[in-house]
Design a binder for this molecule. Sequence first.
Ligand SMILES: [Zn+2]
Length: 302
Amino acid sequence: MKLGRIVAIFLLLAPVLGYASEPVWMRDVTVLADDSMEGRAAGSNGSALSRQYIISRYKEIGLLPLHSLDSFTHPFSAENKGKQINGTNIVGKLDGKIERYIVVSAHYDHIGRKGRRIFNGADDNASGVAAMLYLAAQSQAQSRQCHQVFLAPDAEEHGLLGARAFVKAGLLESDTIFVNLNLDMLSQPGGREEVLVSGNLSHPRFNRLIEDIEIASNMPMIATDERRRVGRFPNLSDRRKVSDHAAFAEQGIPFLFLGVGRHNYYHTPRDTVSRIDREFYAKTVDIAWQYLQQLDALCAQH
Ligand SMILES: [Zn+2]
């Protein structure tokens, strides 16, 4: 089925199904984790369909392509365990006043299907992409200090291939990237109402920023490193290559990662929209927005 038709049917049915009253991130996550997207494996038809949808949302929000790309797509080809993977990152930007970039990232690929079982990847990572789209729309509606880039990497599940290809392509000068804010899995508390944070900025203001958001949102921010929960302070290097921020860290670019960590539905066909904890997810989306605003303010002082 063509994307236009799926979206048309969805919009037609939305009021009937009660989606009209849904927050915008729930609508986006519902489309991206639909069976028609077939689990969004890099190179699949479902991946192409999800890409069309994300690009249509970039246009709707008013993002612009990077000068160095002149479209919203960044195709790449990379090797993983002897296998050639062709993927396509999605990139858009909003201009600020200062020549520095905040790169918000959320991978849109997932692990696809095995036979008839579809791995919808609602939490991993349709939830991060939908949150990123919300951040882009919020940012678009107000003025910014630094430029903001919204990057949906492909082939994260193959070993961060898209994010690494993006960083290595030099589409942005790496020394002009103030921070990478990486969102990966925001909608499943897995029994623990907390957000895992990691980052490699040893900046006192950065700790303060996390503490401020923790207090304002009443949500515990738990620093992680390796397999341990290490407590409150996130100025640690994240050596676990759990998500795309590692691609930035490898080039010495500061990052901040927000996610919920592994849970029972992680990488199973049960990671579906119906299992999203909507109340928790609404909080993490707002928290991600607070991070972006605070990082923009910090970027201006830097
Ligand atoms: Zn993920």
